[in-house]
Design a protein around this ligand. Structure first.
Ligand SMILES: [Zn+2]
Length: 404
């Protein structure tokens, strides 16, 4: 590997370029927001994906639509020269175009500019991130600074846990040296760690009986469930970043019937990869306290944590250095929420997250992005795509093994 002869990235010039493109970028975000794209409406998501595909083609992207049946299509667009050095030369830009908002949300939550923000469903999470990526690529192409292959992957099922796009994300990530995730920033910070998530459902079966006539013949599933809830809730260990939340419970039929059925749904978050198998074993080992009851336990860890690895820290430090040249301090943050970055990080590929818009209210009625942050964040993204060298140094390449 020869010593990198490239001149330093001209961050100030990139910022000026991003400011010139700000109004076009805002237009593009609004266009994407107005193409409402709830995960469960394939036609709607596909229409939004098609808009981005058209835009990517116009920028000279090599665009592939990976068609899906149950969900919207997945967009893969490649920019810049084809990598001759394999993964070492490529960066994956990762995001999604589906939102949690049902069709028609725009009627009561319109896409509008005001108070220095752009408001509307999916602005922050994460149509702005997708538009910023396209704009960063456009800036680099126009200035001849796009010297490496960029793979932009936008899926349509992230908001329900990426059931169909997960293998695609993992396959493309394996072809790249680093992954930049276009999810919203945490406050003003990039995200260097995310918790992993798991979900369980526990069903308890007892024995029904008349609460007045045959009380002693019954076995209460609700009472048993209460024990189970108390027990699994006790596994929370805040110091380890491990939380167990029994979020929904149900059971019983009438007040005068000993309940034969009860159930609970549980959300688990882990900060450490090693806690995944550990907590899975604990759920699997759950036994009823009352032998008259049976327990059925189903679930598991579905997204591993994105740990703050050396590779991730290296990517973050480069970002911080370029941000300093733009005149702002860039912090790093950890979050309890998961993204597709969890998947790529778990493969051992350096992943930096939260590189999309700055704003507030993801999944909430006040969802919005801060307009004045668009240009500096887009310039930073462009600078990293042009100049990030952690992604090309062979000694930082991760081991390429997929965990099943
Ligand atoms: Zn998102």
């Amino acid at each position: 590997m020869p010593v990198n002869p490239d001149p330093p990235v001209p961050m100030r010039a990139l910022l000026a370029g991003a400011r010139r493109k700000e109004s076009a970028l805002l237009d593009l975000i609004q266009k994407l927001v107005k193409a409402e794209s709830p995960t469960d409406n394939k036609d709607a998501v596909d229409a939004c994906v098609a808009l981005v595909a058209k835009h990517a083609k116009a920028l000279g992207g090599r665009v592939k639509l990976l068609c899906q049946r149950g969900f919207g299509n997945v967009l893969e667009a490649r920019f810049g020269p084809k990598s001759k050095t394999g993964p070492a030369g490529r960066i994956l830009l990762l995001g999604h175009l589906d939102t949690v908002w049902p069709l028609g949300t725009l009627k009561t939550m319109p896409c509008r500019l005001g108070e220095g923000r752009l408001w509307g469903p999916g602005t922050l999470d994460m149509k702005a991130g997708a538009a910023m990526a396209l704009t960063a690529i456009e800036m680099l192409t126009e200035t001849g600074m796009l010297k490496r292959e960029i793979v932009l992957l936008l899926n349509s099922d992230e908001e329900v846990g990426s059931p169909v796009s997960r293998p695609i994300t993992e396959r493309l990530a394996m072809e790249c040296a680093a992954v930049y995730v276009l999810e919203p920033a945490q406050g003003l910070a990039y995200k260097t760690a995310r918790k992993g998530t798991g979900n369980w459902r526990i069903d308890v079966t007892g024995v029904a009986a008349h609460a007045g006539v045959d009380f002693e013949k019954g076995v209460s599933a609700i009472r048993e469930l209460a024990r189970v809830v108390e027990s699994v809730s006790g596994w929370t260990d805040l110091k380890r970043g491990l939380t167990v939340n029994v979020g929904i419970v149900g059971g019983g039929s009438k007040t005068n019937v000993i309940p034969a059925e009860a159930w609970a749904e549980v959300d688990v978050r882990i900060a450490r990869k090693a806690d995944g198998p550990r907590i899975e074993r604990r759920f699997a080992a759950l036994k009823p306290g009352d032998r008259g009851c049976t327990l059925t336990v189903a679930g598991g860890i579905n997204r591993p944590p994105m740990e703050r690895t050396r590779g991730t820290v290296k990517l973050y430090r480069q970002a911080r250095a370029l941000a300093a040249e733009l005149g702002f301090p860039l912090e790093e943050a950890a979050t309890g929420g998961a993204s597709d970055g969890n998947l790529t990080s778990a493969l051992g590929i350096s992943t930096l997250d939260g590189m999309g818009a700055v704003g507030e209210g993801a999944h909430a009625r006040h969802e919005s992005i801060v307009v004045e942050q668009l240009a500096p964040r887009t310039a930073l993204l462009a600078g990293l795509l042009a100049g990030c060298d952690a992604a090309v140094a062979p000694d930082t390449l991760p081991k390429r093994t997929i965990r099943s």
